[in-house]
Unconditional design. Structure first.
Ligand SMILES: N[C@@H](CCC[C@H](N)C(=O)O)C(=O)O
Length: 281
């Protein structure tokens, strides 16, 4: 039987969304998700997101498969898309009030809020900074990983690691445009110091409130934007004294506003989420 879907994107990071509210089990297997995400033989996307029933402390549950079929803990651009998808399913699209959801993810409960103008602000929770939490074996389990040397492709890079529920490895460079992402990305992703692989962000500091970023995503490769990655980049830049707690992150697909709040230590991400088309397959 054909399954209805909606294709959304957040700054060009694109997802197939499936209304899975009838069952706690995703309607597609990881192998089917790979087929659906294929840009030549399928619909084409960086991942498939399922809107599942909520649990004790949540309105809904989000699960996501990357385009390689692996299952990440969280997805920042994806959860903004999910919020817009849910508002449409509930017939609340275009609501003039702020609309908020509690979404259970493998990284805990995450709270997106849709503003009347359509932007979505997400309370992404607190970043996890200890090596065991990333996870990485680069330093002792109870240490933070800030500007630590790591050899990749015959070069020593100073890396900072942050988990936003999912793992991120950040390297600050003078010019992001000069980085051969397709070559370095997979080397970092599969480096033995990252037992669950990693997302990889190269960051150019333009000013205390402006970062430029290019990303290689675990399980998806080069993407036009990564929400958890942008949050991790600001946290890494704050930890290493490179930027303020509120900054704009410019990605190939557009910009995200990120704040690492001093008040509650949560990271807040604001950006768009747009419907591309609907269909069934
Ligand atoms: N694009 C996402 C992150 C998706 C998951 C990532 N590929 C992983 O495996 O951790 C975002 O916007 O955060």
């Amino acid at each position: 039987m054909a399954i209805p879907f909606a294709k959304y994107h957040g700054l060009g990071n694109d997802f197939i969304l499936i209304d899975n509210r009838h069952s706690p089990e995703p309607s597609l297997t990881p192998a089917q998700a790979i087929e659906w995400c294929d840009r030549h033989f399928g619909i084409g996307a960086d991942g498939v997101i399922f809107a599942l029933p909520g649990q004790i402390d949540s309105d809904y549950t989000m699960r996501i498969f990357n385009s390689d079929g692996s299952e990440p803990e969280m997805c920042g651009n994806g959860i903004r898309c999910l919020a817009q998808f849910l508002s449409t399913l509930e017939g609340k699209q275009g609501n003039v009030q702020v609309l908020s959801y509690r979404i259970q993810t493998l990284a805990g409960v995450i709270i997106p809020q849709i503003h009347p103008q359509g932007q979505v602000t997400v309370d992404m929770g607190t970043p996890r900074l200890l090596a065991a939490e990333i996870p990485t074996t680069l330093v002792a389990a109870d240490q933070k990983v800030t500007d630590q040397p790591l050899q990749v492709a015959d070069q020593i890079w100073q890396v900072t690691c942050v988990s936003m529920g999912n793992p991120h490895c950040i390297v600050f460079v003078d010019d992001v445009a000069a980085i051969p992402l397709e070559i370095l990305g997979p080397e970092f992703e599969h480096h033995p110091v990252f037992p669950q692989r990693t997302n990889m962000e190269f960051i150019q500091v333009v000013g205390l409130d402006l970062l430029k970023m290019r990303v290689w995503e675990r399980g998806a490769g080069v993407t036009l934007a990564c929400g958890t990655g942008a949050c991790a980049a600001v946290v890494a830049a704050v930890l290493t004294g490179r930027c303020d707690r509120r900054a704009t992150v410019e990605l190939p697909g557009g910009s995200l506003e990120i704040e690492w709040s001093l008040a509650d230590q949560h990271v807040y991400m604001t950006g768009p989420a747009q419907l591309v088309f609907t269909g069934e397959r």
